[in-house]
Ligand binder design. Structure first.
Ligand code: ATP
Length: 460
């Protein structure tokens, strides 16, 4: 299986992902998605939205603000507890996350690190809003999209007349001042999340949690991840957040080059049963209870976040199942799983990204066999327009010989290349080359739309 280094090099070479602020030496923990990366990431998000919102009858969407009133993060518990344990090396002055540093690691100043006791480091990015930058105007960049969903629970409920169970889905940026961003887009300071808060009657939560774990695992498989590269990890009692009844993490084989198989896997998504913790914190008159027993009665919220159950005529706080997926980690997993190096003939290897067609940045490349023939070129442009009209991202390319153009498209995962040649001018047919099999077929221009649609499937 491909390792991270090869993916990083492909990403830079072919314009998927560049280092953030590279022009000025970079900004650690930020990455910019290039021409192909933005398409791939958008397609991952579309595939998630389609599967989790459009294909179900019990989901609504939301796009809430990144900047949050400080009180949201006070009552969610983030101000008090959203921290990682940090240690310093007294010799080289570097900082590490306590649970990620090996105390026997070599220090650049000689010997091994001389580490301080761990102390909590809050991961939230603080800023001020408005023209006066003081303590009264503090806001946070959200560290997860979830809080925007909880505080809008009542708005969505009242405006849609939903009955339990139902869920709210959201995709958007989150920010965490990670102590040590690393492993490319795996751990960064600015990232995107795709999160669902699914509200259920207390008592139905455990079954529903299991169903979401299955559904979420199946999403990765449907869009091309090999089952052997996915694992479910049940958090142990001592690992669970104090309010969580159960959490199952979905792990992907991000680090195949690590010798111990268990260490090859790491989290792409967490699916948690959060009980009624979040709605209790944010509801008017509710309270936040921390793991150490401290309590913060909510004296600031303006609305009750309760649900009226018509069966019992009672107001209650629903339980919440939360599947929370990282867009960047999912995008990386889809790329890693799709990457292949194949020997075409002796001494001739091709790199091919066997991406699911719905995820492929480009669906069809139209390639004129002769770039100095005006009729061939005009026909190729016409075909591009026809395919684009059906919603397929199609590109025209005449910047190299046909062999080279095929290889370029293989490397970025384009499922089909359409070649326009002299025969096209005579009989209105083109050659369609399949990315995975490299088989070529002659297809009439009139049938091309249906041909591609049949093989690519849905395209929204
Ligand atoms: P980790 O233990 O790896 O720090 P987490 O358990 O804190 O992750 P969650 O708070 O559960 O992560 O966030 C849900 C998802 O958001 C994660 O499964 C991951 O895909 C993504 N995510 C979280 N932090 C980052 C980050 N710093 N960079 C990229 N993706 C992230």
């Amino acid at each position: 299986m491909v390792d991270l280094d090869k993916i990083i090099s492909l990403c830079k070479r072919r314009g998927f992902i560049f280092q953030g602020s590279e022009q000025y030496g970079g900004l650690q923990g930020t990455w910019d998605y290039g021409p192909l990366g933005v398409e791939l990431k958008n397609n991952v998000k579309k595939a998630w939205w389609r599967y989790n919102v459009y294909e179900r009858d019990d989901m609504e969407g939301l796009d809430s603000s990144i900047l949050l009133n400080r009180l949201v993060l006070k009552y969610s518990g983030h101000e008090a507890t959203f921290s990682d344990p940090m240690v310093d090396c007294r010799k080289c002055k570097k900082r590490f996350r306590a649970d990620q540093v090996d105390p026997n690691e070599k220090c650049s100043e000689g010997g091994t690190h001389d580490l301080t006791e761990p102390r909590p480091f809050n991961l939230m990015f603080k800023t001020t809003y408005g023209p006066v930058a003081d303590e009264n105007n503090i806001a946070y960049l959200r560290p997860e999209t979830a809080q925007g969903i909880f505080i809008n629970f009542k708005n969505v409920l009242d405006s849609t007349n939903r009955k339990l169970p139902f869920g709210i889905a959201q995709i958007g940026k989150s920010f965490r001042n990670e102590i040590t961003p690393k492993n490319f887009i795996f751990r960064v300071r600015e990232f995107e999340q795709m999160e669902i808060e699914y509200f259920v009657m207390p008592g139905e939560d455990e079954k529903c949690h299991q169903e979401w774990v299955e559904a979420r695992k199946n999403w990765y498989i449907r869009y091309g991840i090999k089952p052997e590269n996915i694992r479910l990890y049940n958090q142990k009692k001592e690992e669970l957040a104090h309010y969580a009844k159960a959490t199952v993490d979905i792990h992907y084989r991000f680090f195949p080059d690590r010798p111990e198989e268990d260490k090859q896997f790491d989290e792409v998504e967490g699916v948690a049963n959060r009980t009624d913790f979040d709605l209790s914190c944010h509801t008017k008159g509710g309270k936040l209870v921390l793991a150490d027993g401290r309590e913060f009665p909510n004296t600031d919220a303006t609305n009750k976040l309760t649900y009226f159950d018509p069966k019992t005529n009672q107001h209650l706080l629903p339980y919440v199942i939360e599947p929370s997926c990282g867009v960047d980690r999912a995008t990386l997993a889809f790329m890693m799983d799709a990457y292949c190096e194949e020997e075409v003939k002796e001494g001739d290897t091709r790199v091919v990204l066997k991406l699911h067609p719905a995820l492929a940045p480009i669906k069809v490349a139209v390639l004129p066999l002769k770039k100095n023939n005006e009729d061939i070129k005009a026909t190729a442009h016409k075909i591009k327009k026809i395919l684009l009209g059906s919603g397929f991202r199609t590109v025209y390319d005449d910047t190299a010989g046909i062999g080279k153009l095929y290889r370029r498209q293989d490397e970025v995962g384009t499922p089909f290349c359409v070649t326009v040649d002299f025969q096209t001018l005579e009989d209105q047919t083109v050659t369609v080359r399949d990315r995975d099999t490299m088989a070529q077929e002659r297809v009439a221009i009139d049938d091309l739309k249906d041909y591609v649609a049949k093989r690519i499937g849905h395209n929204d």
